[in-house]
Design a protein around this ligand. Structure first.
Ligand SMILES: Cc1ncc(C[n+]2csc(CCOP(=O)(O)OP(=O)(O)O)c2C)c(N)n1
Length: 592
C-alpha cells in the first residue's frame, strides 16, 4: 500500500487515482532517485500524468514554461549549470517538435536532458485522431537513447519494466557521454479519473520495496585509463615546440579544470592558447604562458612562420578564430585531443589522436627541464599584443562593441556566470576578453551555433544561481522573446547586456554586405525595435548608459533578483572597420 504516512509519502495521493497517474508518479520518483532535480513542463492534456507525477513529487522542482522551444532551452541552461540531467515534458504533436533545436544543441554540447513526450496510443495513430503526429524517433539520431514506452497496464511486470527503462534512460543521458535521451510515453486516457481495475492492483503494491536498492547516478565516474598514462606522456616528453589549445569548453568544475590544464602546461613547459569561451582566462594564475591574443599574433606572417608547432594538445572543440584554424591547418602538427565522448571533434581533419577521457583525469609524468625559446617567443608576443589592444580600447570613448567584452572581463563581480550569445558576441569575447583571476564562468550554445533559445538558456543558467549576465545581439534577443514569459517563475538575477546594432551585423564582414538594400532587407534584417518600450512591456528594468563609466557602474555590482536590460546602441559598419584597423595595427607593430 502506498500512502501509509501522508507526510512522508513516496508518491502523492493524486498518483493513486488510475494507472496512468500512477505510471506518471513512478516516472517522477525514478527521475528523482536517479539524481534529477529540475523538471521543465509545458502545458497539455495528454501529458497530464507526467506533469502531475513530477509536480506532485516534493523531491523535484517542476517549472511550467508555455512555449516548448523556450522550455527546451531553459532546461538546457539548467542542465549546463548543474551538470545533472533535467527532464522535459510536453504534450503530443507539434509541441514535441518545438524541443528539437534544444535537443540538437544538447547532443552537440553533451548536455544531459531526459525528454518525455506524451503521445496517443498506437491504435489512435495514422487516423487523424487529433494532435497526433509520428513521434517515433522524431529527433532522428540526436538522442543518445530512444524508447517508445509500453502503454501503461496495472501489472507488476509493467512497472518493473518502467522503473528499469527510465533509470536506463537517465544513465544514458550521462554515460558513456552526456547528452539528450528521448522517451515517447503513450497514454490511453490521460485524465485523473478513479479506475476500478486499478484499485486491487494498488493494494498489493509495496512502494518501499519497489524502490529499495535503487542507486543515484550522481558521482559515478568514468573509466580509469591510468595504465596508458606513461605511454601518452612519453609522446610529449622533450618536445619544445608544443602547444596546448583550449577551445570552447564548459566544464562542470572550472577551477579543477583550469588547475589540471595548468599542471599539464607546467609539466610540459608548453604555452596555453585559451579561448574566451573557456574558463581558463579567468584562472590566469593557474596557467603559466597563457596566450589570449593568438588571433592578432598569427595575422603577422613572420610570427606565424616562426611559431610553427610540432605537437598540439587540443582540449574541447577548436577555438572560433578563423586565423588560428587556418594556421593549424597549414602547419599540420601532430594533434592529441582530450575528448571523453566518442565524437569526432577535429574539424580540420588533421593528424589527430583522440584521448577518450577528461584532462582532469590525466596524470602526466613528462618533465620539462628548462623554459624553451618557443615558450618565450609566444609569451613575449602575447605581452606586446595585449598591451597594444589595451591601449587602443582604453582610449576609445565611442561605443565600439568589442570594448564591452574587454570591460566585462575586468569589471564583472567575481564568479559571475555569463552566457555569451552566438554571432559577434562570441567572437568579441575571443578577441578581447582579458586574462585575470576573477573566476568568471562563461556559458554558450556553440554546439550548433543557433541564435534560437538564447534568452531561455541564459535564464536557465541564472535560475537559482548567482546573479548572471547575458551578452546578446538584438536579433538573437528578438528570436526568443517568448523566453521572457517564464518571468513569474524565475528565481534569480539576469542582466541582459543588449548590443543593439539594429540587425545581424556579423554579416557586414561578408562580401554580400556590398549589395545595398537587398542585403539590408533580407540578410541584416533590421527590426527597428524600441527596447525601452519592449522592456516596459515585459516588466524589465531598463538602462541605456551614455558613457563607459556609467556602463561600468551598472555591471560592477549585479542586482540580487529580477531581469534587467542594459542597452548599448552601436554601429555595425563602424565596428567592422574598427576591428580590421585594430588587428592590422597590432599585427604590424608586434616585434619578434
Ligand atoms: C536559428 C538560427 N537562425 C539563423 C541563424 C543565422 N544567423 C547567425 S548570426 C545571425 C544574426 C544575429 O544577429 P544579432 O543577434 O543582432 O548579432 P550581430 O550579428 O549583430 O552580432 C543569424 C541570423 C542561426 N545561427 N541560427
Amino acid at each position: 500500500m502506498i500512502t501509509v504516512d501522508k507526510e512522508n509519502a513516496v508518491l502523492s495521493p493524486i498518483c493513486e487515482m488510475n494507472v496512468n497517474m500512477f505510471w506518471g508518479g513512478i516516472i517522477g520518483e525514478v527521475l528523482a532517485r536517479c539524481g534529477v532535480k529540475y523538471v521543465v513542463s509545458s502545458p497539455g492534456s495528454r501529458s497530464v500524468p507526467l506533469t502531475f507525477g513530477c509536480a506532485a513529487n516534493k523531491k523535484l522542482k517542476t517549472i511550467p514554461v508555455i512555449d516548448e522551444r523556450s522550455a527546451g532551452f531553459f532546461a538546457l541552461g539548467l542542465a549546463k549549470r548543474t551538470g545533472r540531467p533535467v527532464a522535459l515534458i510536453c504534450s503530443s504533436g507539434t509541441a514535441a517538435a518545438n524541443f528539437y533545436s534544444a535537443i540538437i544543441e544538447a547532443r552537440m554540447t553533451r548536455v544531459p536532458l531526459v525528454v518525455l513526450t506524451a503521445d496517443r496510443p498506437p491504435e489512435l495513430r495514422e487516423c487523424h485522431s487529433g494532435q497526433t503526429i509520428d513521434q517515433v524517433k522524431m529527433y532522428s539520431n540526436y538522442p543518445l537513447f530512444y524508447k517508445e514506452l509500453a502503454v501503461p497496464e496495472a501489472d507488476f511486470d509493467f512497472f518493473y519494466y518502467l522503473r528499469q527503462m527510465v533509470t536506463y534512460a537517465c544513465e544514458r543521458s550521462l554515460f558513456p557521454q552526456k547528452g539528450p535521451v528521448h522517451l515517447n510515453v503513450s497514454f490511453r486516457n490521460p485524465y485523473p479519473e478513479v479506475d476500478d481495475g486499478f484499485a486491487s492492483f494498488i493494494k498489493e503494491f509495496d512502494i518501499e520495496d519497489f524502490f529499495s536498492g535503487m542507486v543515484s547516478l550522481e558521482g559515478m565516474s568514468g573509466v580509469n585509463r591510468q595504465s596508458d598514462f606513461s605511454l601518452i606522456s612519453s609522446k610529449f616528453q622533450g618536445i619544445d615546440r608544443g602547444l596546448i589549445v583550449v577551445g570552447t569548453v564548459q566544464p562542470k568544475d572550472p577551477k579543477s579544470f583550469s588547475m589540471s590544464v595548468g599542471r599539464l602546461a607546467k609539466s610540459l613547459g608548453w604555452p596555453v592558447l585559451a579561448e574566451g569561451l573557456s574558463p581558463i582566462r579567468n584562472y590566469a594564475n593557474e596557467v603559466p604562458g597563457l596566450i589570449t591574443r593568438y588571433d592578432a599574433i598569427l595575422r603577422n606572417c613572420e610570427a606565424a612562420e616562426s611559431l610553427r608547432p610540432e605537437k598540439i594538445i587540443q582540449i574541447g572543440d577548436l577555438p572560433t578564430s578563423k586565423v588560428l584554424r587556418a594556421w593549424l591547418k597549414r602547419m599540420k602538427p601532430e594533434t592529441w585531443v582530450f575528448e571523453s565522448s566518442a565524437d569526432n571533434v577535429d574539424a580540420l581533419h588533421g593528424n589527430t589522436h583522440f584521448l577518450r577521457f577528461d584532462v582532469e583525469d590525466f596524470i602526466c609524468d613528462a618533465k620539462v627541464s628548462a623554459t624553451s625559446m618557443y615558450f618565450g617567443t609566444w609569451r613575449n608576443l602575447e605581452e606586446q599584443a595585449d598591451k597594444l589592444i589595451a591601449d587602443r580600447l582604453g582610449r576609445e570613448m565611442g561605443f565600439f562593441e568589442g570594448k564591452i567584452s574587454w570591460l566585462l572581463s575586468e569589471s564583472l563581480p567575481e564568479e559571475t556566470p555569463i552566457f555569451i550569445a552566438t554571432s559577434m558576441p562570441v567572437r568579441d569575447i575571443e578577441f578581447f576578453w582579458q586574462k585575470g583571476n576573477r573566476r568568471i564562468q562563461p556559458y554558450f550554445n556553440r554546439g550548433a551555433n543557433g541564435i534560437d533559445g538564447i534568452v531561455s538558456t541564459a535564464l536557465g543558467i541564472a535560475h537559482e544561481n548567482k546573479p548572471a549576465v547575458l551578452l546578446v545581439g538584438d536579433l538573437t534577443l528578438l528570436h526568443d522573446t517568448n523566453g521572457l514569459l517564464i518571468k513569474n517563475y524565475f528565481k534569480g538575477s539576469l542582466t541582459i547586456i543588449l548590443i543593439n546594432n539594429n540587425g545581424g551585423r556579423i554579416f557586414e564582414n561578408l562580401p554580400v554586405a556590398q549589395h545595398g538594400t537587398i542585403f539590408e532587407e533580407f540578410i541584416a534584417t533590421p527590426q527597428d525595435i524600441d527596447f525601452k518600450k519592449f522592456s516596459d512591456y515585459h516588466g524589465i528594468e531598463y538602462h541605456r548608459p551614455d558613457s563607459w563609466e556609467i556602463f561600468n557602474s551598472l555591471i560592477e555590482k549585479l542586482p540580487d533578483e529580477g531581469i534587467r536590460m542594459i542597452e548599448i546602441i552601436t554601429d555595425g559598419k563602424f565596428d567592422v572597420a574598427f576591428r580590421k584597423n585594430l588587428f592590422k595595427t597590432v599585427s604590424e607593430k608586434i616585434i619578434i
